[in-house]
Design a protein around this ligand. Structure first.
Ligand code: DGL
Length: 264
């Protein structure tokens, strides 16, 4: 059996594109639909009920467009709304959560910096992950709203980026962190700049590769893999389609991608 229906992927804005590019790399035969909920960005300062309600609307839209599975390409939405979504829809969901478990296994100093949004930092799911998997390592949570905003504005390097990084990443390194968990999907776009400020002794963990490997297993398990040829992603935004197209050119080298505006 081959299932040609698309994989639905969403985030508050551009961050989930770091997961989308990994899906395209690992599962090139799958077609994706990406929804950037830019009108509601950032998700990181919303309440749990507001996030659950919004994620339900976004998911319903993607299912309506024919999605066979949903990738919640946002740590904030996953830690606050994934269980809720699974309770409301029958199709499979794949989420992304801060990579606390591998970080605890990799650290030599016993100190890990976890870069997240405010809503992720306050979530029960992250508290549970840390309680179950930190194995005595110290997990220092650092909120990074500035970094999310920089990526949304397409600023990936330069003095303003370095200043924000010195404020949001510098203290983690100063306290001995040798691993930084990129616990927000916007952050891999800043990997180079983060590495520059953190220095060569600090390793960054982006869970996208593991998440997409898991997506492959989920598709296989539910007999949802597309065994035919793939097609380029379809893009939707609740914000400004021209601005999104500009960022697609900059971040994914897809300047000609078509972007549709949706009212949700
Ligand atoms: N990209 C999102 C995450 O992974 C959230 C950014 C935001 O909208 O605050 O958490």
């Amino acid at each position: 059996m081959s299932d040609q229906r698309p994989v639905g992927v969403f985030d508050s804005g551009l961050g989930g594109l770091t997961v989308l590019r990994e899906i395209t790399r690992q599962l090139p035969q799958e077609q994706c639909m990406y929804l950037a909920d830019s009108r509601e960005a950032p998700y990181g300062n919303k309440s749990v009920p507001a996030l659950q309600e919004r994620c339900e609307q976004v998911t319903a839209f993607l299912i309506d467009q024919g999605a066979k599975t949903i990738v919640v390409a946002c740590n904030t939405a996953s830690v606050t709304a994934l269980a809720y979504l699974r309770g409301r829809f029958t199709i499979p969901f794949v989420g992304i959560v801060p990579a606390v478990k591998p970080a605890a296994m990799m650290t030599h100093t016993g100190t890990v910096g976890v870069l997240v949004t405010s809503a992720t930092a306050q979530s029960d799911s992250l508290a549970q992950l840390i309680a179950s998997y930190s194995h005595g390592s110290q997990m220092i949570l650092q909120e990074c709203p500035e970094l999310v905003a920089l990526v949304e504005h397409g600023q990936l390097k330069g003095p303003e980026v370095e200043n924000s990084l010195r404020l949001e990443v510098g203290p983690l390194v100063a306290r001995g962190a040798d691993i930084l968990v990129l616990g927000c999907t916007h952050l891999p776009f800043l990997s180079e700049a983060i590495g520059h400020v953190a220095g060569p002794a600090v390793r960054l963990i982006d869970p996208a590769e593991a998440v997409v490997r898991h997506l492959g297993h989920v598709l296989q398990e539910h007999d949802l893999l597309n065994r035919g040829a793939g097609a380029p992603p379809r893009y939707f935004t609740t914000g400004d389609p021209e601005e999104f197209q500009l960022r697609l050119g900059q971040l994914l080298d897809e300047p000609l991608a078509e972007v549709a505006h949706v009212e949700l």
